[in-house]
Design a protein around this ligand. Structure first.
Ligand SMILES: [Zn+2]
Length: 151
Protein backbone atom coordinates (compact mmCIF):
# COMPACT_ATOMS: atom_id res chain seq x y z
CA UNK A 1 0.00 0.00 0.00
CA UNK A 2 1.59 3.32 -1.02
CA UNK A 3 1.54 6.24 1.36
CA UNK A 4 0.20 9.70 0.55
CA UNK A 5 2.16 12.79 1.51
CA UNK A 6 -0.51 13.64 4.11
CA UNK A 7 -0.27 10.16 5.63
CA UNK A 8 3.51 10.37 5.58
CA UNK A 9 3.42 13.73 7.37
CA UNK A 10 1.51 12.01 10.19
CA UNK A 11 3.89 9.02 10.33
CA UNK A 12 6.90 11.31 10.50
CA UNK A 13 5.32 13.57 13.14
CA UNK A 14 4.46 10.59 15.37
CA UNK A 15 8.01 9.23 15.03
CA UNK A 16 9.52 12.67 15.67
CA UNK A 17 7.36 13.24 18.77
CA UNK A 18 8.68 9.95 20.20
CA UNK A 19 12.27 10.99 19.47
CA UNK A 20 11.80 14.43 21.02
CA UNK A 21 10.50 12.93 24.27
CA UNK A 22 13.18 10.25 24.41
CA UNK A 23 16.07 12.66 23.80
CA UNK A 24 14.77 15.70 25.67
CA UNK A 25 14.65 17.96 22.62
CA UNK A 26 12.61 21.11 22.08
CA UNK A 27 10.34 20.23 19.15
CA UNK A 28 10.72 22.07 15.86
CA UNK A 29 8.27 22.29 12.95
CA UNK A 30 8.72 19.52 10.37
CA UNK A 31 8.66 20.67 6.75
CA UNK A 32 7.60 17.49 4.93
CA UNK A 33 6.61 17.98 1.27
CA UNK A 34 6.73 16.44 -2.19
CA UNK A 35 9.55 17.70 -4.36
CA UNK A 36 8.27 19.66 -7.36
CA UNK A 37 10.91 19.99 -10.08
CA UNK A 38 8.64 22.00 -12.38
CA UNK A 39 9.55 25.35 -10.90
CA UNK A 40 5.83 26.08 -10.56
CA UNK A 41 5.51 24.47 -7.14
CA UNK A 42 6.35 27.58 -5.18
CA UNK A 43 7.31 27.27 -1.54
CA UNK A 44 6.04 25.23 1.40
CA UNK A 45 4.12 26.74 4.30
CA UNK A 46 7.53 27.03 6.01
CA UNK A 47 9.06 28.88 3.07
CA UNK A 48 11.14 26.11 1.52
CA UNK A 49 11.45 26.12 -2.28
CA UNK A 50 9.74 22.89 -3.39
CA UNK A 51 12.49 22.29 -5.93
CA UNK A 52 14.78 21.57 -2.98
CA UNK A 53 15.37 17.82 -2.71
CA UNK A 54 17.98 17.86 0.08
CA UNK A 55 16.96 17.11 3.68
CA UNK A 56 18.32 19.53 6.23
CA UNK A 57 18.40 20.75 9.81
CA UNK A 58 18.02 24.41 10.64
CA UNK A 59 17.53 25.94 14.10
CA UNK A 60 13.92 26.78 13.15
CA UNK A 61 12.75 23.69 11.24
CA UNK A 62 13.63 20.26 9.90
CA UNK A 63 13.31 20.07 6.11
CA UNK A 64 12.29 16.67 4.69
CA UNK A 65 11.62 16.65 0.93
CA UNK A 66 10.06 13.46 -0.41
CA UNK A 67 10.17 12.16 -3.98
CA UNK A 68 6.74 11.19 -5.34
CA UNK A 69 8.16 7.87 -6.57
CA UNK A 70 9.29 6.98 -3.06
CA UNK A 71 5.80 7.47 -1.67
CA UNK A 72 4.60 4.71 -4.00
CA UNK A 73 7.19 2.35 -2.55
CA UNK A 74 6.58 3.04 1.13
CA UNK A 75 3.98 1.72 3.55
CA UNK A 76 1.36 3.79 5.36
CA UNK A 77 1.85 1.64 8.49
CA UNK A 78 3.45 3.38 11.46
CA UNK A 79 6.84 1.77 12.11
CA UNK A 80 7.60 0.28 15.51
CA UNK A 81 9.15 2.63 18.02
CA UNK A 82 11.79 2.09 19.19
CA UNK A 83 12.87 0.30 16.00
CA UNK A 84 13.05 -3.48 16.35
CA UNK A 85 16.21 -3.51 14.21
CA UNK A 86 18.83 -1.04 13.07
CA UNK A 87 19.37 -2.81 9.75
CA UNK A 88 18.57 -0.26 7.05
CA UNK A 89 17.95 -3.03 4.53
CA UNK A 90 14.62 -3.88 6.13
CA UNK A 91 11.09 -2.50 5.95
CA UNK A 92 11.76 -0.90 9.34
CA UNK A 93 13.97 1.72 7.71
CA UNK A 94 12.35 3.46 4.75
CA UNK A 95 14.53 6.36 3.65
CA UNK A 96 12.22 8.89 5.31
CA UNK A 97 13.06 7.37 8.68
CA UNK A 98 16.80 7.49 8.10
CA UNK A 99 16.55 11.09 6.94
CA UNK A 100 14.42 12.11 9.93
CA UNK A 101 16.82 10.46 12.37
CA UNK A 102 19.83 12.03 10.66
CA UNK A 103 18.42 15.55 10.96
CA UNK A 104 17.22 14.83 14.52
CA UNK A 105 20.81 13.93 15.47
CA UNK A 106 21.87 17.36 14.18
CA UNK A 107 19.14 18.85 16.35
CA UNK A 108 20.53 16.97 19.38
CA UNK A 109 24.03 18.13 18.40
CA UNK A 110 22.76 21.72 18.37
CA UNK A 111 20.25 21.84 21.21
CA UNK A 112 21.86 19.47 23.73
CA UNK A 113 25.59 19.46 22.96
CA UNK A 114 25.62 23.08 21.72
CA UNK A 115 28.23 22.01 19.24
CA UNK A 116 26.64 22.37 15.79
CA UNK A 117 28.08 24.63 13.14
CA UNK A 118 26.57 24.51 9.68
CA UNK A 119 29.72 26.13 8.29
CA UNK A 120 32.15 23.57 9.62
CA UNK A 121 32.93 22.06 6.25
CA UNK A 122 30.36 19.33 5.75
CA UNK A 123 27.15 20.87 7.08
CA UNK A 124 27.79 20.10 10.70
CA UNK A 125 29.45 16.70 10.38
CA UNK A 126 32.79 17.62 11.92
CA UNK A 127 32.92 18.73 15.53
CA UNK A 128 29.98 17.58 17.63
CA UNK A 129 28.58 15.05 15.16
CA UNK A 130 30.35 11.92 16.47
CA UNK A 131 29.37 12.74 20.06
CA UNK A 132 25.77 13.37 19.06
CA UNK A 133 25.60 10.04 17.19
CA UNK A 134 27.15 8.29 20.19
CA UNK A 135 24.70 9.78 22.69
CA UNK A 136 21.62 9.03 20.58
CA UNK A 137 22.88 5.49 19.94
CA UNK A 138 23.40 4.94 23.67
CA UNK A 139 19.83 6.00 24.40
CA UNK A 140 18.69 3.09 22.18
CA UNK A 141 21.22 0.63 23.59
CA UNK A 142 23.28 0.39 20.42
CA UNK A 143 26.76 1.51 19.41
CA UNK A 144 27.69 4.63 17.51
CA UNK A 145 28.72 2.46 14.53
CA UNK A 146 25.37 0.65 14.55
CA UNK A 147 23.44 3.93 14.50
CA UNK A 148 25.66 5.43 11.78
CA UNK A 149 24.61 2.60 9.47
CA UNK A 150 21.03 3.89 9.38
CA UNK A 151 21.78 7.63 9.25
ZN1 LIG B 1 23.92 15.85 8.23
Amino acid sequence: MPVTIVQLQVLIQVEYDSLVVRLGLSPLPLDVYEVDDSGNGGVTAHGTDKRNATPGYTPTRIVLPEQPGDLDAWSAVQPTFPPSTFDRHTDEWPMWRSELWHEMVHQYQHQVLKNWNQADGRQGHAEGWPDAVGDVAASFGITQAELLRVL
